[in-house]
Design a protein around this ligand. Structure first.
Ligand SMILES: *Cc1c(COP(=O)(O)O)cnc(C)c1O
Length: 388
């Protein structure tokens, strides 16, 4: 580890504050470092390994595809990409899919869809996209501009123009903005992930939805982190009973390989024509074969299991010693500890449990199918770290 750590520090751009762990392998919700130390994984590589590390069914689907045709480009038809798009549309009521390779790219596509739709329908001065304070939408310059957190913006001026931010829950702020500005779209995360694992209220989401419908403003839901079973429903917006115009997703969709998808609803399904957008790797057959394997197994039974595990974690941690509050939805949970979150996470790592932080919270994003016995063990370690 000393050697790899030195290489990494020498040659990798200094953008990551890594934990002092070098992972070499994993299976399901267990991971091992280079000394053979075992960890129970409550982070899933940031909500990516939805069925755990190197899940057998996923591995078979991906390796079979890798042997047949790992890449083709979008000049040709390939089966996994078409099948995954059909599955996504059938499960969501959306009409068309554009595949990219990450959450940021899925959101870039969503923003382009919104801009093109609004310009064609309402004129060239209708381009503003409203997002929420504390949101996170990605690291490309445009998705950074969409992100409603100033500290991400400071170093990268000038940003892409045409974004405005309102506080979550504040519909009046949106109405006030709409008086002087033509609004193309509103973009939300139903549960703000990087912002501290904070769900939006039902009231706010419903009134946003009504506002958007009444004003032909597109409702874009960023399901990069909340999607693919994480919230206890296939997509988090389903917990609110709304039908967005655009949905972006990524992280858990590929089960461990890079993929992003932008789902377009009825209103915007024909916005793009040939040449309007593209990606060399987008719709990659291996990544999509993984996606088909993952999505086909996110069924009612799995989702009931997600909700059951969620209840267990909430029951164990709400009012536990050293805990100020617990927030979240499904298996996307934020714990506000009395002491600094990073200290709690470091202690968990020492004691064989991997978890994450988000702002001042400890963040849990375990595999959707983590065995109860492993979850119980890990929560006991976490509780002890919180109470110290
Ligand atoms: C992680 C995340 C992104 C960015 O995804 P990348 O794959 O890192 O580009 C965008 N939106 C949300 C809500 C996320 O959690």
């Amino acid at each position: 580890m000393a050697d790899i750590k030195r290489l990494d520090k020498t040659y990798i751009a200094g953008t990551y504050a890594r934990f002092p762990v070098q992972l070499v392998s994993g299976k399901g919700s267990l991971a091992w470092d280079e000394d053979g130390k075992e960890y129970i994984d409550l982070g899933s590589g940031i909500a990516v390994n939805g069925f755990g590390i190197s899940d057998e069914v996923w591995l078979k689907a991906v390796t079979e595809q890798l042997a047949k045709l790992p890449h083709a480009s979008n000049l040709y038809y390939t089966e996994p990409c078409a099948r995954l798009a059909e599955m996504l549309c059938q499960r969501t009521g959306m009409k068309k899919v554009f595949f990219g390779n990450s959450g940021a790219e899925a959101n870039e596509c969503a923003i382009k869809v919104a801009r093109k739709y609004a310009a064609e329908k309402h004129g060239p001065d209708c381009y503003t996209i409203v997002t929420l304070v504390n949101s996170f939408h990605g690291r490309t310059l445009t998705t950074l501009s969409a992100t409603g957190q100033d500290h991400y913006h400071e170093l990268y001026q000038p940003l892409t123009p045409g974004f405005a931010h309102i506080p979550a829950g504040d519909l009046d702020a949106l109405k006030a903005l709409a008086k002087g500005t033509k609004i193309a779209a509103v973009m939300i995360e139903c549960v703000q992930g990087e912002g501290g694992v904070v769900p939006l209220s039902e009231d706010f989401v419903h009134s946003l939805d009504a506002f958007c419908k009444a004003n032909d403003v597109l409702l874009v839901v960023d399901e990069v982190q909340t999607g693919n079973g994480r919230s206890g429903q296939l997509y988090a917006y389903m917990n609110y009973g709304i039908q967005p115009d655009v949905v972006s997703t990524a992280k858990g969709l590929g089960g461990g390989l890079p993929i992003g998808a932008c789902l377009m609803g009825e209103k915007v399904q024909d916005v793009f024509g040939p040449g309007d957008h593209g990606s060399t790797f987008g719709g990659n057959p291996a990544a999509c074969a993984g996606g088909v394997s993952i999505l086909s197994r996110i069924d009612d039974q799995l989702l009931a299991g997600v909700r059951e595990r969620s209840r267990y974690i909430f029951d164990q941690l709400t009012d536990a010693e050293g805990v100020e509050s617990v927030s979240g939805m499904g298996l996307m949970i934020g714990i506000k500890p009395v002491k600094p979150a990073r200290e709690v996470v470091s202690r968990c790592i020492e004691n064989g449990v991997l978890c994450l932080t988000a702002k001042d919270r400890v963040r849990l994003l375990p595999a959707l199918n983590i065995p109860m016995e492993q979850l119980e063990k890990a929560v006991a370690v976490l509780k002890a770290a919180l109470a110290e």
